[in-house]
Write a protein that binds this ligand. Structure first.
Ligand SMILES: [Zn+2]
Length: 458
């Protein structure tokens, strides 16, 4: 990759330019597949996509090296920033810096673990005030649906949140309570009136409380405490509520591949349901989690390798729509208690900076092309939240661009992560795929935070 100043802007106004920036790439992932192109950027948007060799002229020209591929910036719709209130877990500056380093140019922040949670317009304003001026990538917000706040959902929608998150089981923090089945249905009925989206943490509290609870260092005990039936039971409840109300629902962080037939059948019936899974479910498996290694703890849990194979098949079959990180860090003392007790440790895997490399490493091993990975991690999440300007290299879109070296390798060193708490189950792993450069609306992400706060587009 080289950068050079060539023709200045304003020399003439031919269709070939001049643009503010021209990027030349022998390989670029476009909506129609990989192509050799030149991308012209004006005022932060993609203004032209032409075959390589056309000779678009730009005030600045970036030429990708032979081992590099141009990707659209990734969109991660599942990130817990935690600021304000638990900023020592993660904050807007550290999270968005990590995002940029990982090729993610848009994040949508989850409504819980911050204080206040994003359950009213007043709380949304607090979060926006804190995010403003310290985001290195673009940031949007989810609202929260908790018992008693049905009347807050529409005002939050009108203020531009991308949808609403609820839990069907304990969320892990006392200020964000889970909803019962009747409350889920009432909230979905309310969302149907403005075509809002409900995103659901689907684990069933009855199935969880009926499972054996054996605290301690053994991963197998933790896995047994969060059985697959907890997911399948809860997902069935989501399907029922979405079917009954006609509202849109999205299953967060699917771990149980056994739920895929149920999901596929509901969709075939016309139920408006989408599904995500996460890098850790696609790359880690229960048979290889060391006892006491609480960095691997998340809910729902990482399951056995056969389950992982079926999740990949679910992606390839199109039953799973998107791959997003569920980046959910906590401080090291909470995440890695000295006694290695899985029951006591915070549940959440922090991987915002590593998600692309983690998923690509596994996809490559399985013979899955890069363009599919990019669709699951960029256009897919952009479509989920309705961000028309994001998720593709195409005329009119924001020029969020990533220079990616898909055959370059690196070893994960926690010290090189920008996450505020770089505890990671990927420490020491060899990953393939290096993000070399990230551009947000045509400008390289630098030490000046240039991210904007996004609102849902009508
Ligand atoms: Zn989450």
């Amino acid at each position: 990759m080289t950068t050079a100043a060539t023709t200045g802007p304003g020399d003439d106004a031919t269709p070939g330019g001049p643009f503010d920036l021209v990027v030349r790439a022998a390989r670029a992932v476009l909506p129609e597949g990989e192509r050799a192109v030149e991308v012209g950027v004006s005022c932060g948007r993609v203004a032209a996509v032409a075959p390589l060799g056309t000779g678009l002229r730009g005030a600045e020209v970036v030429e990708l090296a032979d081992d590099e591929v141009l990707l659209p910036g990734l969109v991660d719709s599942h990130v817990h920033v935690n600021e304000p209130g638990r900023t020592e877990w993660e904050g807007f500056a550290s999270a968005t810096r990590a995002a940029a380093a990982g090729g993610v140019t848009t994040i949508v922040d989850m409504p819980l673990n911050s204080l206040p949670p994003t359950t009213t317009v007043e709380h949304l304003d607090v979060k926006r005030e804190r995010a403003a001026g310290q985001a290195f990538v673009d940031v949007g917000f989810w609202g929260g649906a908790v018992p008693g706040n049905t009347a807050d959902l529409r005002p939050l929608h009108d203020e531009g949140v991308f949808g609403f998150k609820c839990f069907l089981a304990d969320s892990g923090v006392p200020e964000f309570r889970h909803v019962e089945a009747d409350e889920l249905r009432a909230d979905l009925a309310e969302l149907k009136t403005f075509d809002g989206l409900m995103i659901v943490h689907a684990e069933d509290p009855g199935a969880l409380s009926g499972a054996p609870q054996a605290p301690g260092r053994r991963y197998s005990d933790f896995l047994a405490s969060r059985p697959a039936t907890a997911e399948s039971t809860a997902i069935a409840a989501v399907v029922d509520a979405a079917r009954a109300t006609g509202a849109r629902a999205h299953v967060l962080h699917l771990s149980d591949a056994g739920s895929l037939p149920l999901i596929a059948a509901a969709r075939a019936d016309g139920v408006r349901l989408t599904v995500e899974t996460c890098p850790h479910y696609l790359s880690l498996d229960a048979d290889h989690v060391p006892d006491g290694a609480t960095a691997y703890k998340c809910c729902p849990p990482i399951r056995e390798s056969g389950n992982q194979d079926r999740l990949w098949q679910g992606l390839l079959d199109g039953v799973i729509d998107v791959v997003v990180t569920d980046h959910s860090p906590a401080t090291a003392d909470l995440k890695e208690p000295a006694d290695g007790d899985f029951a006591a440790a915070w549940g959440g895997v922090a991987s915002l900076q590593l998600g692309l490399a983690v998923v690509w490493t596994e996809a490559r091993r399985r013979g899955v092309p890069l363009e599919r990975v990019v669709r699951w991690m960029s256009a897919g999440p952009a479509g989920l939240v309705g961000l028309e300007r994001k998720g593709a290299i195409a005329v009119g879109k924001d020029a969020d661009l990533v220079v990616f070296a898909p055959e370059a390798t690196f070893v994960v060193e926690p010290a090189r992560l920008h996450h505020k708490n770089p505890v990671t189950p990927y420490a020491g792993r060899d990953l393939t795929g290096v993000v070399r450069r990230t551009l947000l609306r045509g400008a390289e992400v630098t030490d000046e935070p240039a991210g904007t706060l996004l609102r849902r587009e009508d």
